[in-house]
Design a protein around this ligand. Sequence first.
Ligand code: NAD
Length: 213
Amino acid sequence: MQTVIRTIISDELRRRFVHARRVLVLTGAGVSAESGVPTFRGGGNTAVWKGMPFDVISSAQMVQRDLPAVWEWFDYRREMLKALEPNPAHQAIAQWQNRFEQFTLVTQNIDGLHHRAGSRDVIELHGSIWRARCITCHAAAEQAGKCELCFVVGTSAVVYPAAAIPEIARAAGAYVCEVNPEPTPLSNLCDEVIQGRAGEVLPILGIQIAVNG
Ligand code: NAD
């Protein structure tokens, strides 16, 4: 595995990883896939709870139609998440926060696994399943405009405002690198696409650059 990954990390990314001072990482459901959390679109129209697919139960329409059912669904998810652990991708990202002068982690996930891996000051765009509150993305957009290196990990990049973050970073001159096993609508915008699973690529990326950079 290590040999395969080594061939796909460019010299340009190595150089930028070593010298960057301001780094932003945007994560989506895919970063938690290897912990056993189903992704949103990965399941397609598969019923995940009481015969309903993900996008029906978690929709704004469902909140209006049957709020008690939405609470019940989130109780079910909290129970499921209790048994799951952060994976090597969450752990690698938690280590990166001590490596760069300014490090911003923005997640669309609500599972709390970045916190559990030791990440501090996580910007949770969609809130957290463990707390009933939401925050806006303005903090996140400001950091995106300042970073030099931006990683986009495990997101299909179709949900705004998160999808705008790599665009803002790129427009401000940052090098944007996607880590995802599949191409996404964002792939063409990125300077570099590393096709692979987050839990395999991210830990190796840090180690390799420390060794070979
Ligand atoms: P998505 O389900 O739309 O896309 C997941 C992406 O992850 C896909 O592009 C897929 O190719 C990629 N992926 C799958 N396995 C991967 C791996 N091992 N490594 C790297 N990438 C991998 O997810 P999204 O773009 O985050 O949007 C979904 C929305 O649903 C978000 O708003 C999010 O809040 C919510 N959601 C959250 C969780 C969670 O908290 N863990 C889970 C499901 C959905």
